[in-house]
Write a protein that binds this ligand. Sequence first.
Ligand code: ZN
Length: 221
Amino acid sequence: MTKTKYKLLVISLFLIGIITLTKVDAITNELPLLGRVIFVDPGHGGRDPGTSYGKIQEKDIVLEISNILRDQLSEKGAIVYMTRETDTDLSSEWDERKKRGDLYRRILMYKKYNAELYLSIHINYYQDTSESGAEVLYHPINAQNKIFATILMNNFKTALGSRRKLKTTDLYMYQNTTVPGVLIECGFLSNPNERYLLQQESYQRKLSQVITDSVITYFNN
Ligand SMILES: [Zn+2]
């Protein structure tokens, strides 16, 4: 090989390298969740409506939010599974304790599909109708839960003006899985203003966006 040919070869390889790196960079920028396995878990369903106000039921609103969240996470490259996609609960007709059976099967799904993160979507209710704001609860069974919960709660404060605080939970479902994840209470059905907002697609999108951004921050760290 002549010197000139050798120089040309080196320059070509160098350029190919730059182009490849730029492409990889572009993919990671556009698809920051590429290949991440995430479970979106709309609470309740079927025989279990969750909390309600008149005909407005938690199980329906959390499914709407979860569908939007699934799409937003998928657009960022994640492999997203849902614990339910219709108005059903996961208990079996043989379960003596239906609620326990329902929650147990949700946990089994995380394990079966090797979930890296689960997001349980719920809505709050309180006698004092002035209570409002999205909040995050976690179980200290692993270190990641608190890390993700802190990111998300801070984003709820800055992006949605929530004044709520990070809390822990020892509910059955959260103390029985080591898969990282949190319980998200999207707002209060008991608060008239938030009750209105939670039913609006625009607000559901905003909520989902905050959750999606938080998931990206979590996996980037
Ligand atoms: Zn709930």
